[in-house]
Design a protein around this ligand. Structure first.
Ligand code: HEM
Length: 571
């Protein structure tokens, strides 16, 4: 394929278009010529006798807008791809849904209307066909990730998520990945169990005791307690620190994470305002600085400790793995700044995605009671002795329905980012649909849309863990195929490094809680198995909010994250 490029305007108004040169470059110059002449004539007609420059500006600006629209809609290679008119013309048309936190639902509606390939921006295309996204994501670094420039949340020094250069990113993953291998997580299973589900269980027991004294049903806020639990797990596993979130709820961390989310969003959507964030939002920047200082101090203390100990490691947490990791090819270690930036990223990104998934799963079990009873039966009959905690290794071999529930929950409501984004490089890419994406196109894969694509999933709007179970209707091959169509943790060289940790923590938490307690929704909750969504005919789902960095979680956790609980006395 041969392409030619045209650049129009300058500064904010600059636009670069790529054309299939064989087909389109001649007509485009003709249109350009006609439009410029038209506007020159218009300008002469409108020109006021005193040579008012406002007329001048208006004419040229309208000329620019019209020409831009004609080109975008008719003459670029992407013009053959369907999509809503306004979104084709303006990237910013999606911002309304981003602010509302419902962008993923909007994109799904566009896919349902226009198909597996939709244009939602002058040079932006969303795709859902698995052959296309598997090719793009697994082609090692051929299609780079687009990263917002100068994002101070990510560095300097840059961390895994922000490193653009493929070679550098590859080296960083060699240094970071040892902290999340199956072997490492297996060795850490006991710590995860003790700081996670076991500690949460004692909190729930305390609440049950307290509620008895007050003669009321015991209630926990699952959105909060899962979040605190995941942060405690990461505190212990990551830094060998007791964050004490479940006990005292450390505000520095909670407020710090909110500040990271805000600054990240500001830098993405308004780099101009972000430049002045210290003056415009001093209280948020202060919270971010306090949070960063908190992590810096932990890393500093560790480095000092190591010096005193003649550089012999005295811990085996993730921080130590980061410190010890060396790239065998270059013999490079991470420096202190990189370790701090990396620790900040993992602390903000990991626990929130894990806890949101747990929260959604528990909620889904409450509105799908047959599934809830089925999974309780599976766990309670496989592990009847309540005095023995269920470990990940044991649980995984016996609890296939619980595994299916987690897979289905992450398909149904993926807690991760709305869309994975890559840039098409030369010489362009031909999609399965036959559409051509020229070099420079921003190609996006909406996890939510892929997980709700009717071509991939039967009844995607129904929460049905059975689709991940081998039974008379589905062979192992079918189930494996479905698992491969999940994009929950992304894939390829930039896939989520923390997925083993997330699985281990989520699995042990649900297995132990569902065996030892009975849960039900409070009576005053406006959701339940009988509260049906008219559009889908399925139980209504509690509203969520898609944050740019920390993913999809409950929109109103303080009012809608409650669940009643009592000890399970049936076994
Ligand atoms: C259910 C839990 C989780 C989900 C659904 C999830 C999902 C994802 C997804 C989809 C990406 C790719 C983002 C992209 O390409 O733009 C990602 C990247 C990442 N995740 Fe996770 N994640 C989870 C848990 C964790 C945990 C526990 C950690 C670590 C503590 C973690 C650390 C990271 C990091 C560092 C990246 C960046 C990888 C890179 O760019 O190379 N995640 N995650």
């Amino acid at each position: 394929m041969a392409y030619s490029t045209i650049t129009l305007g300058s500064g904010t108004f600059q636009l670069t278009f790529t054309f299939d040169s064989k087909v389109l470059s001649t007509p485009i110059y003709i249109v350009w010529w006609i439009t410029s002449n038209f506007f020159c004539t218009l300008y002469k007609l409108l020109r006021s006798p005193d040579g008012n420059t406002v007329y001048h500006a208006v004419c040229y600006f309208s000329g620019f807008i019209l020409l831009r629209a004609i080109i975008i809609l008719n003459w670029t290679t992407l013009s053959l791809i369907p999509g809503p008119l306004v979104s084709k013309l303006f990237y910013k048309s999606l911002i309304y849904y981003k602010i509302k936190g419902t962008l993923h639902q909007h994109i799904l509606r566009q896919h349902q209307k226009y198909g597996q390939v939709v244009r939602l921006g002058p040079e932006q295309v969303y795709i859902t066909n698995p052959s296309d996204w598997k090719h793009i994501l697994s082609s090692s670094y051929e299609y780079p990730k687009r990263i917002p420039p100068d994002n101070s949340v990510f560095g300097p020094p840059l961390n895994t998520l922000a490193i653009h250069d493929s070679k550098e990113h590859g080296i960083r993953r060699i240094l970071v990945d040892p902290a999340y291998t199956t072997t490492y997580i297996k060795a850490m299973e006991k710590i995860i169990l003790d700081t996670g589900p076991m500690r949460l269980k004692s909190k729930i027991d305390e609440e049950i005791c307290f509620s008895k004294e007050q003669s009321r049903p015991a209630k926990i806020n699952h959105a909060n307690v899962f979040n605190y639990m995941s942060l405690d797990v990461f505190g212990k596993l990551g830094f060998d620190e007791d964050f004490g979130m479940l006990d005292t709820c450390n505000d520095t961390i909670l407020e710090g994470i909110k500040a990271v989310e805000f600054i990240y969003m500001l830098e993405n959507y308004s780099p101009f305002l972000a430049k002045y964030k210290k003056r415009l939002f001093p209280w948020i920047v202060k919270k971010y600085d306090t949070f960063l200082l908190f992590i810096k101090n932990i890393v500093d203390e560790r480095m000092k400790g190591l010096k005193w100990n003649n550089n012999k490691p005295f811990r085996r947490d993730i921080l130590q793995v980061f410190i010890d990791a060396v790239d065998p090819e270059t013999n490079r270690f991470m420096n202190k700044g990189q370790i701090i930036s990396e620790s900040l990223l993992h602390l903000v990104k990991g626990p929130k995605s894990t806890s949101s998934t747990l929260s959604w799963t528990l909620f889904l079990l409450m509105v799908y009671p047959i599934t809830y009873r089925k999974v309780c039966y599976e766990i309670r009959s496989a592990f009847p002795d309540k005095s023995k905690p269920i470990t990940y290794t044991e649980g995984l071999s016996k609890l296939s329905y619980l595994e299916a529930i987690l897979l289905e929950s992450m398909r149904f409501i993926p807690a991760s980012v709305t869309s994975i984004s890559r840039k098409i490089t030369k010489p362009g890419l031909k999609l399965v649909s036959g559409h051509i994406l020229p070099s420079g196109t921003k190609v996006k894969m909406s996890i939510y849309s892929i997980h709700h694509d009717k071509k991939l999933w039967k009844y995607p709007h129904v929460f049905s863990p059975e689709r991940f179970m081998v039974n008379e209707y589905s062979s192992k091959q079918d189930v494996d195929q479905r698992k491969q169509n999940l994009l929950t943790f992304s894939m390829g060289p930039r896939a989520c490094p923390g997925h083993n940790l997330a699985w281990c923590e989520m699995f042990m938490t649900l297995a132990n809680l569902l065996r030892d307690y009975d849960f039900w929704l409070p009576e005053d909750m406006p959701y339940g198995p009988d509260v049906i969504d008219e559009e889908t005919g399925q139980p209504k789902i509690i509203p969520g909010f898609l944050a740019e960095f920390t993913g999809y979680s409950l929109k109103n956790p303080q009012s809608e994250g409650w669940i009643c609980v009592k000890h399970n006395t049936s076994i």
